[in-house]
Design a protein around this ligand. Sequence first.
Ligand code: ADP
Length: 531
Amino acid sequence: MNYPLTLAQIIEHAHRIHGDKQVTTLLPDGTLHRYNYTALYKRVKRLANAVTKLGIQCGDRVATYAANTYQHLELYYAIPCIGAVLHPLNVRLSPVQLAQIIHEAEDKLIFVDSTFAAQFKALQSKVECNEVINFEPMSADANTLYEQLISEAAPAYTWDIRDENWAMGLCYTSGTQGEPRGVLYTHRSVFLHTLAVNQTDVFGLTEADVVLPLVPMFHAMAWGLPYASMFAGADIVLSAAKPACIATLIAETGVTVAAGVPTVWADAYPELRDRKQDISTLRRLIVGGEAMPLSLIEAYEKELGVEVCHAWGMTEMSPTGTFSKLRTAHQSLSDAEKWQIKAKQGRPIPGVELRLAAETSNGFTELPWDGKTIGELQVRSPWTANSYYKVEPTPEHFTTDKWLRTGDIATIDANGYMQIVDRAKAIIRSGGESISSVALETALLKHPDVCEAVVVGIPDEKWGERPVAVVVLAEQADENISDILKQQLTSEFSKFWIPDKFVFVDEIPKTSVGKSDKRAILQMFAPTLNG
Ligand code: ADP
């Protein structure tokens, strides 16, 4: 039977088969809002009618400016399932960047969560979209416009997505290396991504899971977890604000799988290690967005008994590309050897194709998968974009045979484990040789006095660029720490790799999605670092 693959099938299945499963939201006042899939489903149907009545038509873009809440989850289904395009705005971008994005997307309507109402005011005067609906995550207050819309709307709605290639969502990259770029997803691409990540050897979510996406719902559709969780019938826990105590949230809701960028897990670790709460339900972390340091993987697995699964992906890939799990053949390895493998970004998930390429005068040549040869990582899959929103594909981002050039430099070993060496733009070129900032950061983090480390390339007259390490130290670090770190790196790397300088700071600047912001570091420290 050949009929469109759509998100309507996901919400219908969730309601019919898993209607009693829970959606719990940690509200900004610290209380928990709970309801089940069927309650969500009924509100989604009313919301679909309400949004249609507001004049939203097939293909129109509808933005959200919101935290992770049950209302945001309702919009995740209601907007695409009427044929419109959900556009979650990154609330941490500047008003100028957002105004530009909203202008490009031509958003017809914006749903604003009251947590960000004041912040949104600074933006509102800059955007052309006049239609704004506020909602209040603190309570299901019937007086708010959002609740009024839902209560006054008709309860029945018949989904009618006639073509699986209709766009369902629009996300912008987080802008780590430049201005954010828009990526459109279709019903088909998200449906297939959902099936792929729900395989046992990928996210492996089951009906017994309680899933906590700590990744914001504006970051690559919360890595597809809202759809994957509900198709699997897992409970979902959303956190509208940074939890005051993540251990309490896990203990109160029985979280089994949690997902977020490495910074989230570095921050949470001391609290989880103290074990003041029972977090024994937590079985797995899904970590991506940037490299998870080996030392942190080891800490979670060894000290907390929580399995760490490293994932790599991109907004352009919906976002999952690879997933790092051990093979049966690895079971006889020592723990240290196993963590080395888990620190790699992993193997392509079923449906994703990878290749390593080197640019030649007339295109690209493929490089071997030997775990050593470094090349440009290129990908394709049914859930990878073939262009950026409103931009014709350019050779900078897409090859002539239609593979995505990821902008990452990597190795792939004979078993298909991919390891990111660096982003092409972050790699340090010194005296004509390449230095991987990621490899140096990973090595620095092995020292117990180092809490955070970022290595950047500083312009140098003689060598082109030289590495400088920017480090956050633990309290009471050794006073000769620069020399100690230099010595430690010397045992692992060639002399020219060793950073010329170590700068100690209280905090590493982060991007809008919590990645280390190397561009900001270069700007902030440029005068100091050069001196
Ligand atoms: P941006 O490029 O603006 O940060 P994305 O959030 O889509 O936007 O980031 C995708 C990029 O993030 C990848 O190309 C890669 O450089 C990096 N990345 C994602 N996951 C990992 C990972 N597990 N390890 C290392 N880098 C990662």
